[in-house]
Design a protein. Structure first.
Length: 148
């Protein structure tokens, strides 16, 4: 039986994908739980139109993300932290401080879209963070930790 998935299902497929499953699995689990709908001809036509519209919107979002990525490549951040005399930071620097520094520069980004290559930053120095602007657009931002 062909079904259209309404959400990502582990070991089965991703959202809006048409997959083939056994009849009982579709009728007794996927469709009643709302994880999928039956892939009739009418549902396939509606699905194709939704995908076409989503692809257009997705392209616009990607273009906007690429423009923001070009602006982000030009900046470098300096983040102040309280340190000991040996250069060790009291606590650590995380994505919250990076997001705040980016917000001060005029870039409204959520901290969940920022990842630091080094897990914990405990010393002053130069580091790099990756910002995810879009599914396909990632930007590396250099930043420096300085003593306050």
């Amino acid at each position: 039986m062909n079904v259209i998935l309404k959400q990502d299902m582990p070991n089965l497929g991703h959202k809006d994908e048409i997959v083939i499953v056994k009849n009982g699995y579709a009728r007794n689990y996927l469709i009643p739980k709302g994880y999928a709908i039956n892939a009739t001809e009418q549902a396939k036509k509606v699905h194709a139109e939704i995908l076409r519209q989503r692809a257009h919107k997705e392209e616009q979002l990607k273009v906007a993300a690429l423009q923001m990525a070009e602006q982000l490549k030009k900046i470098s951040l300096t983040i102040g932290a309280k340190t000991s005399t040996k250069g060790k930071i009291f606590g650590s620097v995380n994505t919250i401080q990076i997001a705040e520094a980016l917000n001060e520069k005029g870039f409204e980004l959520e901290r969940k879209n920022i990842s630091i290559k080094d897990d914990l930053i405990k010393e002053i120095g130069n580091y790099s963070a990756t910002v995810k602007l879009h599914r396909e657009v990632l930007v590396d931002i250099p930043f420096e930790i300085v003593s306050e």
